[in-house]
Design a protein around this ligand. Structure first.
Ligand SMILES: [Zn+2]
Length: 69
């Protein structure tokens, strides 16, 4: 199962009831660096959370939260 969640406000955006390796999602095409940044596995590795930005947060720069580090 794949869950889409906003990486900024934590809003749940959607759920895909299939494997994250499904070619249709294009997640396996990401570089390992991007995967490490965008994807989050649960303890069992069964649920993958994809960290994206929702419509509400999109106008903000992608690396917005880096400014606070
Ligand atoms: Zn958001």
């Amino acid at each position: 199962m794949v869950r889409y969640e906003c990486r900024r406000c934590g809003r749940r955006l959607g759920v895909y009831h299939g494997a994250w390796t499904d070619p249709e999602l294009g997640l396996t095409g990401l570089s390992s660096v991007d995967q490490a940044q965008l994807l989050e596995w649960d303890d069992q590795g069964a649920v993958v959370t994809v960290k994206v930005l929702c419509d509400h947060c999109l106008p903000l720069p992608w690396d917005d939260n880096l400014w606070y580090n």
